[in-house]
Design a protein around this ligand. Structure first.
Ligand code: NG6
Ligand code: CA
Length: 506
């Protein structure tokens, strides 16, 4: 008799232990791989057929793939600002694409995404592109001394990065506060307003270029490694990078950080240079795609992701590591260099089914790939159409790690962790995005506010979404934003315009 009574109790106990083990939020390592300018249609798992991305396809197969995920803006700096701060970038002045000598735009007293992880006892690092400014505002950066403010001052224990974009000077790597490999006898100077020194420029010596600039784009200042850059620099010859090596250098630093922290929780923001211009793949990938240099760097980017996955496998930490892959803005074919991306695309649709691309208020500007894998926490092979945005990572991880940030610390960030982990199909209820004009997405509806300006940028071949009249699209029937319903539904336009205005005032 007694024995029989014990069984249900033992079962209950075992079930409780099992359930509490399952539901107890474990603390995975988190690697956020942030690709540059990769469009919704650039990965085979999102429908690309002219270029294949087997490693990202594997990531999706072993994790969850999102179809309604967004960068907050259609260019890099503002998207990164939102990712880091949990706030819409347009609330703060000076958050547009920064030159290479800009001051740090993230206030050092603000809660940041790496700060959330640091508060939870994680080791944090950023490796790759930075593009959020360095040093104090109003002070010129002295590249030859430790640089006072940067990633380390906004939450990263370790940082290995380049200051802006690979098409902007200075073309050097920085480790924490110092330019790496700098010969102090050859100091670096940088200027964005006028030519300094007497090194050749793309404008004066186009015959020296191995990758010519597209006409009129302006990538024709100082030539480094046979490529004209935006901005002028002198000195630092020994420290200058070789473009063909950038992906490998960043990967080796990312791997090192992972290895060094395999036994403790870590957060790594791995911010790839690929597939931004100048597209200069390593020898390993040159000519390996059928789409020219842009295709080659897609292969290189995919391989990089694969290398991270192999590193996790080798260290035996794949199960307890959440890997997220996304992109900072939509795609562009011609972004300033004559790399034949347009001509060789031959039917490839970098933005997939969406209109516009990088710089645009249409979906192509901000709707980006988003894949997440966490074997211990995400069901493999899921696809989700929950509305999520990179601005949400701050509140989502804060909640997940048991923190409650003040509203002011994460104004626009929502805890959508259940959606991120595939536990719920509903994400945000609404989202404001920036691509020149601001837009408001609410359920199936998207409203783009009126904006004067060019509807089409000839240089990049991109529709900007600018229109002096309001635009309203029903994304459930018209994901390509072809039919403007604003005149048909004036009341809807009115409520959405008013809501956008209210959010702007928040
Ligand atoms: C633009 C550059 C473009 C790219 C972009 C930033 C010109 C004409 N174009 O101003 O080449 O560097 O800035 O890209 O200079 S982003 O991905 O970092 O936002
Ligand atoms: Ca970008």
């Amino acid at each position: 008799m007694r024995g029989l009574k014990i069984w249900p109790i033992a079962f209950l106990l075992a079930a409780t232990v099992f359930l509490s083990f399952r539901s107890k939020p474990q603390r995975p390592n988190v690697i956020f791989i942030y690709a540059d300018d990769v469009g919704f249609g650039d990965l085979s798992v999102y429908g690309a057929t002219k270029v294949l991305t087997p490693h990202l396809d594997r990531l999706a197969k072993e994790g969850i793939r999102f179809t309604n995920a967004h960068a907050s803006s259609a260019t890099c700096t503002p998207s990164r600002f939102a990712l880091m701060t949990g706030g819409y970038p347009w609330r703060q002045k000076g958050t547009g694409v920064l030159p290479g000598d800009a001051a740090l735009i993230i206030p050092t007293d603000r809660l940041t995404l790496p700060g959330v992880f640091r508060n939870a006892g994680y080791k944090t690092a950023t490796v790759g592109k930075w593009h959020l400014g360095l040093g104090e505002s109003g002070k010129q950066i002295n590249w030859n001394k430790p640089i006072s403010q940067g990633p380390n001052e906004v939450g990263f224990d370790y940082a290995y990065f380049f200051p802006a974009t690979s098409d902007r000077v200075p073309t050097v790597f920085i480790e924490d506060h110092d330019v790496t490999g700098l010969d102090t006898a050859d100091p670096i100077e940088v200027d964005y307003s006028r030519k300094i020194g007497n090194e050749p420029t793309g404008k004066e010596n186009p015959e020296l270029l191995k990758l010519p600039a597209s006409p009129d784009h302006g990538h024709n200042n100082t030539i480094v490694n046979g490529i004209g850059r935006i901005g002028w620099m002198t000195g630092g010859k020994q420290a200058r990078w070789t473009d063909e090596e950038v992906a490998h250098v960043f990967l080796s630093k990312a791997k090192q950080f992972i290895q060094d922290n395999a036994k403790n929780p870590f957060f790594l923001c791995f911010s790839l240079n690929d597939i931004h211009v100048p597209r200069m793949p390593s020898t390993q990938f040159k000519g390996k795609s059928k789409m020219g240099l842009r295709g080659d760097v897609i292969l290189q980017m995919d391989w990089t992701v694969g290398e991270i996955l192999v590193t996790l496998d080798n260290l035996g930490i794949a199960d307890e590591t959440l890997v997220i892959f996304s992109s900072d803005n939509g795609p562009v074919l011609d972004d300033g260099y004559a790399d034949r991306a347009v001509e060789l695309a031959s039917g490839h649709k970098p933005a997939g089914p969406f209109r516009g691309g990088k710089y645009s208020a249409f979906e192509g500007g901000t709707r980006v790939p988003w894949i997440a894998r966490w074997p211990a926490g995400i069901k493999a092979g899921a696809v989700s159409d929950a509305l999520i945005c990179q601005v949400d990572l701050l509140a989502s991880f804060a909640g997940f790690l048991g923190q409650k940030p003040d509203h002011a610390d994460a104004v626009d960030s929502y805890d959508v962790m259940n959606a991120l982990l595939g536990k719920s199909q509903s994400g945000r209820e609404f989202l404001v995005k920036q691509g020149g004009a601001l837009s408001l997405t609410e359920g199936n509806w998207k409203y783009i506010e009126p904006r004067e300006g060019k509807a089409y940028m000839e240089l990049t071949g991109i529709e900007t979404g600018a229109n002096p009249k309001p635009q309203l699209y029903d994304l459930s029937r018209d994901q390509g934003e072809k039919t403007n319903l604003a005149e048909k539904y004036p009341a809807k336009v009115k409520t959405m315009a008013a809501r956008l205005e209210k959010i702007r005032q928040d």
